[in-house]
Design a protein around this ligand. Sequence first.
Ligand code: APR
Ligand code: PHB
Length: 389
Amino acid sequence: MRTQVAIIGAGPAGLLLGRLLDQAGIETIILERRSQDYVLGRIRAGVLEQGSVDLLDRAGVGTRMHAEGLVHDGVEFCFDGDRHRFDFCALIGRTVMVYGQTEVTRDLMQARDGSGAKTIYGAEDVSLHDFDGTSPTVRFVKDGVAHEIACDFIAGCDGYHGVSRASVSEGALRTYERVYPFGWLGILVDRPPVSDELIYAHHARGFALCSMRSPSRSRYYVQVAADEKVDAWSDDRFWDELRRRVDSETAERLVTGPSIEKSIAPLRSFVAEPLRFGRLFLAGDAAHIVPPTGAKGLNLALNDVGCLADALVEFYGEGSDTGIDHYSDRVLKRVWKAERFSWWMTSILHTFPETDTFGRRIQRAEFDYLVGSEAASRSLAENYTGLPA
Ligand code: APR
Ligand code: PHB
């Protein structure tokens, strides 16, 4: 087999890259370890920055998003029961779109299936070769048969546990990491959300988040210890805990019901540098992880591949290396700003085992400053709705 760009991973990063390259007449093959149904069964975040919305429109996959997605003008923070709304639209004239990552993935898969571009699901033992030279190859096994793809470039869009970053020689890679001593226990429920907008809550018992997928489907989270087991959490225990962490009005309004999904996600900050190794590029979760507090993971992944697609289109269209040479530096600048924001949101909203009374007062002062200062509110608004590409 031969293609121009071999893409590893059919998450939102790999699929959007494939779509943008397809639109430019550049041939791709996507190799995905899992089945299509498995990929679509994963429940992930669901807040899109305006830049992500624009990118999905540019890729021609925005129709359902605009029909079903919910435009949010702001978010609320609730600190020890005191709730405050940050109106992004009034503060900086920007909004966000609530539309699940699963739906973004479904729209991209449908567009790819319609275009006839090749995606190989159930690709096992994927391995990357010779990306230091000009003729890289990717090998894999499908249904017990070994295959090889010859290509010009490899895009590693295979998530944090993927093979792409692991294929780079250790000395060539620098990594930066912070693992948080807690996780998020999340549930999905077919009940209307408690509020029209998201509520991020800080409480001495821990963080909580009231989010949604649609006007009839809600997503809620509570901070739990890193070693907590999901089986220890009945639905009733979850609802009781959530009610205790939000203000009393929200607690009373909450419409509970049986969970249709319940899982615990660890929290981590991680960046690998650089993002280019000869003819291999890393993008999305393969390159960096943010804690979900700022809702940045999906947005960073989409922005990465938007830049990578531009660079590859420039390479094939104009024969210029400039875009691919600058890809890593350009993307990492924005990644680190989102890392900072996600780390900051995490640190003010969660309860840390080591947080003493001084630390809690500092967290409270951060909240009071955000509420009382237009400059601080605008800073939150511009980071949450997305910094420029
Ligand atoms: N070979 C082939 N495919 C692989 C391999 C492998 N060795 N390892 C992983 N994959 C696939 C995974 O099965 C997954 O479908 O790569 C895909 C990576 O997709 P995501 O994990 O969704 O990562 P990405 O596309 O970068 O999207 C980032 O996902 O985790 C969230 O918060 C994150 O919302 C953000 C988004
Ligand atoms: C979600 O709806 O899953 C969600 C929303 C906002 C976040 C994280 C997760 O910051």
